[in-house]
Design a protein around this ligand. Structure first.
Ligand SMILES: [Zn+2]
Length: 244
């Protein structure tokens, strides 16, 4: 039976050593939440960590089956929302270096207790929080960035600073596979989520336009199905219609 803190995620190898994990449990949205994993000769890179410690553990176990055990480990958080960060400690505790935008790092540090309490209160109507969240510990990522950064972790990874849905949004582009891990800057099956703490829609659009310059084969959005790159334009069109 599916664990209520994991849901029924679907895993898919999009390209050699590049995995999408779709529909990890989301306590408030049926569409679930996504994460990615990239395996290189030197490293295992997790992109986002799900909405519970159990989801983080699921990602760790899924990648563990493919590991040699000598790889460097990294977790890149696309933004600060709890549905992408609550599993972080389950990956970090195995020695992963956590990478995020400086804004994300500051929020995770400042709201490390607040967020958990807030979500615990909200899930209480349906579940016992301990049963579904597990030990969801938020900590400040050790490595932060404020602008586009290229990393070589066995494969090249381009980390793009694209404030939009939150001021700390980043996307991860993996040139070898031409896969873009977009976080909630791009959504499929639901409209882009403009919130009080989103940056101006004009800036968001400008940043999505930048992504169109990349040679992309597949996009893994923060929520929804793996998509072709025309999803970027679909999201831009929605933002244009809903500008200010
Ligand atoms: Zn999300």
């Amino acid at each position: 039976m599916a664990h209520p803190g994991v849901g029924n995620p679907q895993t898919k190898e999009i390209a050699d050593g590049v995995f999408a994990v779709n529909r990890l449990v989301h306590f408030f949205a049926d569409i679930g939440v996504n994460a990615g994993i990239i395996q290189t000769k030197e490293s295992i890179i997790f992109i986002d960590s799900g909405m519970s410690a159990f989801s983080g553990e699921f990602l760790w176990n899924f990648a563990g089956d493919k590991m040699r055990g000598t790889e460097d480990l990294f977790l890149i958080l696309t933004h600060k929302d709890t549905d992408h960060c609550f599993g972080m400690n389950e990956i970090k505790k195995h020695g992963a270096t956590v990478i995020a935008h400086e804004h994300t790092a500051n929020i995770l540090h400042a709201e490390r207790d607040l967020s958990k309490n807030d979500i615990a209160i909200r899930v209480k109507e349906k579940y016992d929080p301990i049963d579904v969240l597990g030990d969801a510990i938020l900590t400040r990522p050790e490595r932060t960035l404020t602008e586009d950064t290229t990393l070589n972790l066995g494969d090249e990874l381009q980390i793009l600073s694209i404030p939009g849905h939150t001021p700390g949004d980043i996307a991860v582009y993996h040139p070898r596979s031409k896969v873009l891990f977009a976080g909630d800057a791009i959504l499929e099956g639901m409209d882009p989520y403009i919130r009080l703490d989103s940056v101006s829609v004009t800036t968001w659009i400008k940043n999505l336009e930048r992504l169109k310059e990349l040679d992309i084969e597949w996009v893994l959005p923060g929520h929804g199905s793996i998509s072709r790159p025309d999803i970027i334009d679909g999201n831009i069109q929605y933002l244009i219609r809903n500008q200010g």
